[in-house]
Design a binder for this molecule. Structure first.
Ligand SMILES: C[S@@+](CC[C@H](N)C(=O)[O-])C[C@H]1O[C@@H](n2cnc3c(N)ncnc32)[C@H](O)[C@@H]1O
Length: 241
């Protein structure tokens, strides 16, 4: 990775800054997601879940689950049990309220934890997912290796993450939207001036495409696939233990 971009540019570690940023924006996170992605994030999640279903997992761990939207999509696809893990407690608190309202709190459990030091035994899960989380890890390789450890042999990790579109005029439009509109709307709705500036900056330095698949390979994943969604604004990566 080029450089470590952090939310608040303070002397705290990236992990501490990311955690407090998501704690800050948690009550408005779902609303902002829907507004800023114009609802497309729901479609991206659905596509990822379709690929996950091919492995017929019973128990999936959704890493960096936030308020649980991806956990919900995974569970609704027919997975018997989903465990969501996130470092930001406020995201989990908001997520649990949503699960209770939707009557999904029996099948989906949200627990606090760090992707770089998971509290689960080796070979626990039939599948793992991370939606828009890997970019926020302080140590990407450590997180990916730790996820591999808790997967059963043959089980997949499915990652959704923003990537950088390279074609004209999508690239230009995307940059304008992400750099100018998102921080403005993000600041107005969440009250956090930095959160959505960090979003743009972190996407710029994050390894996408083959740079990301190479890292997955180095971490020990096999049968790696990369699929672009919406002109490359979002990418899905699959790797198998
Ligand atoms: C952009 S949100 C994505 C939430 C959810 N997956 C979704 O699709 O809406 C990123 C999440 O990653 C979490 N996160 C960042 N670093 C983490 C880590 N090391 N371990 C666990 N969660 C982490 C943050 O707390 C935040 O909730």
């Amino acid at each position: 990775m080029k450089e470590q971009v952090t939310p608040y540019k303070t002397s705290d570690s990236k992990k501490e800054q990311v955690q407090s940023m998501f704690d800050n924006i948690a009550p408005k996170y779902d609303l902002l997601n829907r507004i800023l992605s114009l609802g497309v994030d729901v479609w991206w999640r659905k596509q990822a879940v379709k690929h996950l279903r091919a492995y017929q997992p019973d128990h999936v761990v959704d890493i960096a689950c936030g308020t649980g939207d991806f956990s919900i999509a995974v569970y609704k696809s027919g997975v018997a049990k989903v465990t969501g893990v996130d470092i930001a407690n406020e995201m989990l608190v908001n997520g649990r309220v949503k699960l209770k309202e939707m009557d999904l709190d029996k099948g989906i459990t949200l627990v606090q934890g760090d992707s770089e030091q998971l509290q689960f035994d080796d070979n626990t899960f039939d599948g793992a997912t991370v939606a828009f989380g890997v970019r926020n890890f302080e140590h990407l390789e450590k997180g990916l290796t730790e996820i591999l450890r808790v997967l059963r042999p043959g089980a997949p990790l499915i990652v959704l993450e923003f990537s950088k579109p390279r074609v004209f005029p999508v690239k230009q439009l995307f940059n304008f939207y992400f750099k100018t509109i998102c921080p403005m709307v993000g600041r107005l709705v969440s009250g956090d001036a930095r959160a959505y500036t960090y979003l743009y900056e972190s996407v710029q330095v994050f390894p996408d495409g083959t740079a990301f698949t190479s890292i997955m390979e180095t971490c020990g994943y096999k049968s790696i696939q990369w699929k672009k969604f919406t002109f490359g604004i979002c990418s899905m990566y699959i790797g198998v233990k």
